[in-house]
Design a protein. Sequence first.
Length: 365
Amino acid sequence: MKKIASIVGARPNFIKLAPIHNLINHSYTTQFEHIIIHTGQHYDFKLSEVFFKEFLLPQPNYNLNVRGSTPCIQIGEMIKKLERFFQSNKIDLVLVYGDTNSTFAGALAASKSHINVAHVESGLRSFDRKMPEELNRILTDHISNFLYPPTKTAIKNLKAENIQGEISYTGDISVEVIRDAELKIRNSLILYNLGLEPKTYYLCTLHRAENTNFECLKAIIEIFKRIPELRIVFPIHPRTAKILHKNNLFKQLQKCSNVILIDPVGYLDFITLIKNAIKIITDSGGAQKEAYLLNTPCITIRNNTEWVETIHQGWNILTGINIIETTNAIKNWIPQKLITQSHIFGNGRTSHIIIKHIKEHFERY
């Protein structure tokens, strides 16, 4: 029996892990042993454990308990602990997901331990190397043996960089995740608890390092002040809240009577909020894609995106944190094009394609 280890540590990793684990656990139990290693990158319940419960995932087999600190120290601690694990456990393949610190640390530790690495959601590029996620993507792709790009654009990016690993188009695993979530969100009480009706509010998320500084946060508050007639639901990421308090901006945000400030929510509640929003205003890569799949127009407060397909389809617009452009987009922008979801992100069988490829690899060698 071959041993496959999945390295996860943050919300986007857990989401992508679920279909892979559930498929192995359901259909490949006699062929693969699947080991889940949690780095500890996200240790807040609503950013970590809640996702395991919602996706019916077992508790991780190992938790490295690597907490905060600077990115370099965090990645270094992960690599050190993962190397010790690989030295004492025979692993045949390591799966990494997305573009987090856990993704890169898992890929590098496995590669240095002479274990094949498979990267789920490879090939995405924003072409902005100031983004920590961009560096994680590039480095992970260049040391991976198997690359599973979610889009045709991602394949082009990998080929343009002369990636040496084996590239296999899989489509995007989020299609499966969203399809499953839509069956479950009927049990969500988030709208009821907030006293909201569908399509009566806008949803805002903000967490990226380049946007969580004094000037950007001050601009966001100004945008909210300019649309007092529009209701905004704003789940506050812990890092965003910390910086708001540090810069004495939290009280200014609380004075915006049209803004409903809430704690981070679980995935199913978050999908409910996206699906029922008029529009979403976000700097999250994952939320852009989720909004597209849920037919909710998206305003991306960044100057670039790795999900260029959503822009080309006219369902996503880039404004940066520009007060005038963002305010105008919230109030007036209407998508002009019809979307064809399955054509862009695959046929909803990404986990099956990935596991089939892994199985065939083991059969060849």
